[in-house]
Structures are given as C-alpha cells and as structure tokens.
Unconditional design. Structure first.
Length: 158
C-alpha cells in the first residue's frame, strides 16, 4: 500500500468512480449514501470498539438522521449548513480527548454540504467518494471495503 488506499481499494475506487460518472449519479445521492452508511455503521455497532455511547454520539446520530431526511426539501441546504457548523465545532472540541469520535464526526461533516456542491471540473476527483473513503479510513482503516461495497450497491444497484 503506497498511499492511503490499498491496491484493491484503488482498483475498486477507480471502477466505482467511472461507473458513477457514466451513470450520472448526482452528488446529493452520493452524499446521502455516505450519511446512510455512517448511520448504519453506528446503529449496527460497527463503531462500538472505538467509540463508547455518549451524548456527543447521540448528537451525531440525530444530525445524520436529519441530513438523510432533509435531502431534496426546500430548506435542505440551510439545514445542512447550520448543522455542519455545529459538527465542525464539536469535532474541534473532541479532537484531543476523544480523537476517534472526532474522526467519525469529521466523516459526517461531508454529509452537510449543499446538494449541488460538487463540481468534478473543479475538484481533484470525479466524485466525492475518494474523500469519503480517505476520512473513513482515518477513523477505521478496516472499513474501506465496506464503504465501497455499500456505495456500489446503493448507488448502482450492483
């Protein structure tokens, strides 16, 4: 592994991005998928080894639920903007004493940008998936394959 991703992840990521681009999958669908993945990971107990139940984790769950339900609504961008600010502040406060929770919150911050906010012509990557994967692997290096599989199934149906 020469970079942040394994060779298998690099290959899978490249294929996935190509398929998402060809399928014209919207940024908002990818952002919602990531929020759903993070919420499912928390609710299924996949994060329990690194993060203990807390008020801050409950707050994160509430925010992810709000992000998921607000997609496509008239005030969705405003809802996400204000919640993003709250999560960034919380992440900063927890960075030293609860670094694993701060890393998970950093992942969740990506679910709170404006729905039309990814422009592949202005970004390094064609989709936000490499960023999602990078941040997730900083939280837990073993969750990369799970995210890529979840993205494939939920965004491409395969």
């Amino acid at each position: 592994m020469s970079g942040p991703f394994s060779d298998a992840e690099e290959e899978d990521l490249e294929t996935l991005e190509h398929e998402l681009t060809n399928g014209k999958v919207s940024y908002s669908r990818m952002m919602k998928m990531y929020a759903e993945f993070l919420l499912a990971s928390i609710q299924s107990g996949q994060v329990d080894k690194k993060i203990k139940p807390s008020i801050e984790l409950d707050f994160l769950v509430q925010n992810l639920e709000a992000a998921i339900t607000s997609f496509g609504t008239d005030d969705s961008d405003e809802v996400r903007r204000s919640r993003r600010v709250e999560l960034v502040r919380l992440c900063g406060r927890l960075e030293i004493e609860q670094p694993d929770l701060a890393a998970l919150i950093r992942c969740a911050v990506c679910c709170f940008y404006e729905e039309g906010g990814w422009n592949p012509d202005e970004e390094e990557d064609a989709t936000p998936i490499p960023l999602y994967l990078f941040l997730l692997k900083r939280f837990n290096p073993d969750m990369g394959a799970a995210l890529l599989g979840y993205a494939r199934m939920n965004l491409l149906g395969s």
